[in-house]
Design a protein around this ligand. Structure first.
Ligand code: UD1
Length: 440
């Protein structure tokens, strides 16, 4: 297993391109199942989760071809109905096959995702919404087995806005007979991207971007003639903005959409950063000290839970007390313990974390617990004095395309080395090695 080593304390400067959004790519790739034929998607990020999704689709009988950031996918035939445990355990988003498979093939069997590092994360809302459309579920040997005849439109209200829940039910409703009204839907930009993709396949959806989606079911959908381009990754963009903020640097992220980052930009400004935007880029610069700030995670357009860990790392570098309230997931402060190992002074009380910022962190060996926690630890390491090691980087591979390469091009001293490696001199050599070798 690999780890990331960082020699911290250098301000990052330059320009970096945002990749396509992981959380849009996965549902869109899976949603191709509703329209038989050959699909072409562009701006697909090269991530472990993308490969897992394509291998899952392959196991359902849909082969694919990857060429750079373009993916061709043939969904003409669905040969199997099962998303097995060994795939779902790696990637919860596999549960998204339920909606499209039930709508198109009338059957789907998906291993229950179970708990994960950031909470229990049930799928009851997915199942209730699909049941409202006429699906029936049984639980057998850890699998949810769904069956459906002809789906019928329904009026359904989610108990809470759920991103993948909305996506799952929506992707079935587009092929149901009659009208569906889905209420209290998630409004995240990735849900909006899925809506636009489904419309490009021929679906009829009203209220896109609002909490009420009205879907007029159609009997058949087909792949669009032109490749569909996936929206840019607002969480990756936000992570690079924090990299500039935390190191006292100046970074511009291109191919980004600042309109999707309002709450993150507000938090960075209140921390003392200068943010400038164009319609397709965001730039973050900091020269003065970091100020403490407060944030509360909330469904879009609120502050994204997927940026909470990165901002906690930033708060450690501010001088004074910052507060972070996590309202989406329980148990999403696992990075706090690792930040403490780097000298962060963080107290937790339920879903409230108070960071007593001291303006500095020191390098240490730390362990990533989930994807965004890993990003937070890398950010902390970039600002810390001395060498840090971030272990379990496979989490990072799930959601950040070439993070080490992108950070090195911004001037970071960072490298990926094998986990057994302990020799500081070799770390230095790895960080000085040409980019291709080190970013692997
Ligand atoms: C998605 C994102 C994830 C992000 C999260 C919140 C993807 C692939 N993942 O995850 O990166 O952190 O949104 O923005 O897009 N809930 C239930 N029952 C359900 C479904 C959800 O109780 O059936 C609860 C969850 O436990 C959580 C809240 O609803 O407390 C929101 O979760 P949800 O939006 O569903 O997260 P995901 O779609 O799993």
């Amino acid at each position: 297993m690999d780890k990331i080593v960082v020699d911290g304390g250098r301000p990052l400067r330059g320009t970096v391109r945002a990749s396509g959004a992981k959380n849009a790519a996965l549902p869109l790739l899976i949603a191709t199942l509703v329209a038989p034929g050959e699909h072409r998607l562009a701006n697909v990020p090269a991530l472990a989760d993308t490969s897992t999704t394509l291998s899952l689709l392959g196991r359902l009988g849909c082969p694919s071809l990857v060429d750079g950031d373009q993916v061709r996918l043939d969904t003409s035939r669905i040969a199997f109905h099962e998303a097995p445990y060994d795939v779902v355990r790696k990637m919860r988003a596999s549960v998204l096959v339920l909606g499209p498979m039930l709508a198109r093939a009338g059957e789907a069997k998906v291993s229950l995702p179970g708990g994960c590092a950031i909470g229990t994360r049930p799928i009851d809302q997915h199942l209730k919404g699909l049941e409202a459309l006429g699906c029936r579920f049984t639980l057998e040997g850890g699998y949810v087995h769904g069956k459906a005849g002809d789906l019928r439109g329904a009026d359904f209200r989610f108990d809470m806005p759920t991103v993948t829940g909305t996506e799952n039910v929506l992707t079935a409703a587009v092929l149901a007979q009659g009208t569906s009204v889905l209420r209290n839907c998630a409004r995240e930009p990735e849900v909006v991207d899925l809506c636009h993709f489904l419309v490009a396949l021929g679906a009829r959806i009203d209220g896109i971007g609002t909490e009420t989606l009205t879907i007029e079911g159609v009997s058949r959908l087909s792949p669009p003639t032109r490749p569909y381009r996936i929206v840019s990754d607002r969480i990756e963009t936000g992570t690079f903005l924090v990299a500039a903020a935390i190191t006292g640097g100046d970074v511009e992220v291109t191919d980004a959409d600042p309109a999707l980052l309002g709450s993150v930009i507000d938090a960075l400004r209140s921390a003392g950063c200068t943010i400038t935007t164009t319609p397709t880029s965001v730039r973050c610069a900091r020269s003065g000290p970091l100020r403490p700030f407060s944030l509360v995670t909330a469904p879009f357009p609120g502050f994204p839970t997927d940026m909470q860990a990165q901002l906690m790392a930033l708060a450690c570098l501010a001088e004074g007390d910052s507060t972070l309230v996590e309202t989406i997931f329980e148990n999403r402060f696992m990075h706090a313990a690792e930040l403490r190992r780097m000298g962060g002074r963080i107290t937790e009380k339920g879903n409230l974390a108070t960071v007593h910022g001291t303006g500095r962190l020191s390098g240490a060996a730390v362990m990533a617990s989930d994807l965004r926690a890993s990003a937070a630890l890398v950010l902390a390491a970039l600002a810390a004095d001395g060498l840090s090691e971030v272990l379990r980087v496979y989490h990072l591979d799930r959601g950040y395309e070439d993070m080490v390469g992108k950070l090195r091009r911004l001037g970071a001293r960072i490298a990926r080395v094998s986990d057994g490696e302990r020799d500081a001199a070799r770390f230095q050599a790895a960080m000085d090695a040409p980019l291709l070798e080190a970013s692997g």
